[in-house]
Design a binder for this molecule. Structure first.
Ligand code: ADP
Ligand code: MG
Length: 254
C-alpha cells in the first residue's frame, strides 16, 4: 500500500533517496520514517546494534523486502510493486551480503557471468572477458575455474564483489561483508572495498569496521530501533557522538 504524499523532486545527482520510509513485520515497526539520500560517488557507512533494522533498510533498497509507506527512489526509478521498476533498480544496484551467496555448483567465472548473460543478454565471450577483468581487480583471476567451496571465505567474498561489479551497477550495497570472515581475511576484503571507493563507486555499507569508516566514509549513520539516530562525517561522528545511544554503542565496538 502506498499512501499519497507529496515528495520533493529528486535531484539528478542523487542515486538513492529514501523519504519517510516505514516498514512493519506484522505488528513490529522495523523502519520508522527513514530519510536517506546518497549522492553519486558518496560512501556511506551504517552502523548500529543488532536488530536495529540495518539489513532491512538495505534490503528495501533493491526490494528484497517491500516497504509499506514512504518513497524509495534508486537511479531515478521509484520502487513500487511494479516488477518492471524492480528489475530496472536491480540492474543498477550491486549487493554483497555477509554470507557470500555464491552458487556452489557453478565455477567462480560462471557465477560472475550468469547475470550479464541472462539479465543483460550479453554474449558469453563478452561476459567472460568482463568477468575476468573484475576478477583481476579483486585479485582472484587465477581461481576463475574453481568452485566456491574450494576457496577461502575471503576469496569467496571477493568473488561475490566481482560478481556484482560485472553487472556494472551504479551503486554497491554491502551488508556486513566481513563479519562472517576469520580475522585474517577481513583485510583482503576491506582492501578491495577501499579500492572500489577510490575509483569513485557510490557505496552504502553496513559495517562495524570503524577503521574502514574513518578511511572511506563521507558520512557515518547510526541506527537504533528502526530509526536513524544521528549522522555525521567520520571525524565528528567518532569524536563527538551527539546521543547517549551512539556513545554507548561506540564504547562497545571500539
Ligand atoms: P540488523 O541488520 O540491524 O541487525 P534487521 O534489519 O536484520 O536488523 O532486523 C531488524 C528487526 O526486524 C529485528 O528485530 C529482526 O528480528 C526483525 N526481522 C528481520 N527480518 C524479519 C522477518 N523476515 N520477519 C520478522 N521480523 C524480522
Ligand atoms: Mg543485519
Amino acid at each position: 500500500m502506498y499512501t499519497k504524499t507529496v515528495y520533493q523532486s529528486v535531484p539528478e545527482d542523487s542515486v538513492i533517496r529514501l523519504q519517510k520510509v516505514n516498514k512493519w513485520y506484522g505488528e513490529f515497526h522495523v523502519l520508522k520514517d527513514i530519510d536517506l539520500e546518497v549522492k553519486k560517488g558518496e560512501k556511506i557507512v551504517i552502523c548500529g546494534p543488532s536488530g536495529s533494522g540495518k539489513s532491512t533498510m538495505i534490503r528495501c533498497i533493491n526490494h528484497l523486502e517491500a516497504h509499506q509507506r514512504g518513497q524509495i527512489k534508486v537511479a531515478g526509478t521509484e520502487l513500487t510493486e511494479d516488477l518492471k521498476n524492480i528489475e530496472l533498480v536491480r540492474r543498477e544496484v550491486g549487493m554483497c551480503f555477509q554470507h557470500f551467496n555464491l552458487f556452489p555448483h557453478l565455477t567462480v567465472l560462471q557465477n560472475c557471468t550468469l547475470a550479464p548473460i541472462w539479465v543483460k543478454k550479453m554474449p558469453q565471450q563478452e561476459a567472460e572477458a568482463l568477468a575476468m577483468e573484475y576478477l583481476k581487480r579483486v585479485r582472484i583471476a587465477d581461481q576463475a575455474h574453481k568452485f566456491p567451496g574450494q576457496l577461502s571465505g575471503g576469496q569467496q567474498q571477493r568473488v561475490a564483489i566481482a560478481r556484482s561489479l560485472t553487472m556494472q551497477p551504479q551503486v554497491m550495497l554491502f551488508d556486513e561483508p566481513t563479519s562472517a570472515l576469520d580475522p585474517e581475511m577481513v583485510r583482503e576484503v576491506l582492501d578491495v572495498m577501499v579500492e572500489l571507493a577510490a575509483e569513485g563507486m557510490t557505496m552504502l555499507c553496513v559495517t562495524h569496521e570503524m577503521g574502514f569508516a574513518r578511511e572511506v566514509a563521507d558520512r557515518v549513520i547510526f541506527m537504533d530501533a528502526g530509526e536513524i539516530i544521528e549522522e555525521n562525517a567520520p571525524e565528528a561522528f567518532f569524536s563527538h557522538p551527539q546521543f547517549d545511544r551512539t556513545q554507548a554503542f561506540l564504547q562497545q565496538i571500539i
